[in-house]
Design a binder for this molecule. Sequence first.
Ligand code: LMR
Length: 392
Amino acid sequence: MLSNLEQQPADALLALIKLHNADTRLDKIDLGVGVYRTGQGETPVFGAIKAAEKKLVETQDSKAYLGPEGDMGFVEALVPYIFGDSAPSLDGRIDGMQTPGGTGSLRLALAMAKRSGATRIVIGKPSWPNHPQICRDLGLDIVEFNHAAPDGTADMEGIRQAIANGQEGDVLMLHGCCHNPTGIDYARSEWDEISALLADSPMLPLIDLAYQGLGNGMEEDAYGLRRVLGSVPQALICYSCDKNFGLYRDRVGALYVMMEQAGQLAPVMSNAHALARANWSQPPDHGAAAVRLILEDKALTAQWLDELDQMRERMRQVRQTLAAAGRAGSVDLTPIGGQSGLFSIIPLTKEQVLEMREKHGVYMAGSGRINVAGLTMGNIDGFVGAIADVSG
Ligand code: LMR
C-alpha cells in the first residue's frame, strides 16, 4: 500500500539548512531559514530563557499530562502583551490554548475554520509557503491577492479588492507584523482602513502574529491586530514564541479565539481541544513553561525585553546599512530600510538566486527572500557585491 506514495520534494526552505551546512567555503552566508543571528553569526539561547530553564529544573515536581490546552498559565501570561487593555480581552471575549509552535496554531485554526464551514482562505501573495501548504492539506481553496507593491510598500488596492470580494465562508489571513517573506507591514493608517473595511465584511480574520517584538516593539507590533479585533465580531489569532523568545526547536505557540460574547467561547474552544487531541494530543511543555516563568518574574521579564530590544536594534542597523548601499546592480536596496522584521525580498530571478549560492556561497530562499539577521558588518559588503555581480 505504501508504495502508492509518490516522492515529495524536500521543503525548499528547510533544505537550505542542510545545503548550507554541507558548503565548506569559509565566507558562505546563510540568509535562509528565519532564525535570529547575532553580529557574530550565532543563535544563542536567551539569557532569560536559560535562567527560567534553570528554575524549571529546580522547581518542576511533575511531568504528568496537563491536557490538550497545555499550560494555561503560559497562555494567560501572554494575553496582556498580545491584546493589551483592548476591550475584547477585558470583556472576557478571548480564550486560548497552547499549541506546538505557530504552525500548530495555524493548523488548528484552519482546521477549526473548516469545521465551521470555511471554504476559502484569502491570502496575500507572496506569503510564508507553509500557509498555502497547510490550507491545501486541509482541502481549503486558496484565493490570492497581491500584497507587495513594486516600490517595496504594501499594495493597498490589492487588499481593498480582496475584502470587497469577500464572501461568507472566507477566512482572511493577515500577518500581524514583520511580514514573511516581504518585511512589508501595513502602516498604522492602513491598518485603520483595513479594520474599517473588515467591519462591513463577512470574512473571518485569521491573524498570524509570529514575530511580535522583532519589528518596532512589543506594543507597536500589536497595533494592527488590536485594531482589527476592535472592529470585527470574531477572529482567530495564531501566536508564536519561537522567534521572540528564541525557542525555535522547542515549538512554543498559542491559539486565541475572539468571539462577540464571552458566552460563545466554550463550544469553539471545545472544538479546538478536540482537534488538538486528534492531532498531537497535548503540546510539548518545556518551552512554554520557561516562557511562563519569565513572564511571572519582573526581573526575568525585563531581561527578556532587553534581549529582544538588542535583537531588534541589530536588525535595524543591518537594514539601514543595506538601504544606505542604494543600488546593487539592477537591485534597489533602499526599500529594505523601511521594512521590518527578519525578512525582505531581493528581487532576483530563480537563476540569479542559484548563482548567488553557487558562485558566491550566499544561501537565500528561492523567492529571493533573505533573513536580514544573517548579515553582519563583516559580510554585508560581500553580499551587496554578490547581488551587483549576478544582477548587474
Ligand atoms: C521561516 O519562514 O524561515 C520560519 O518561519 C521558519 C519556518 O518554519 O519556515
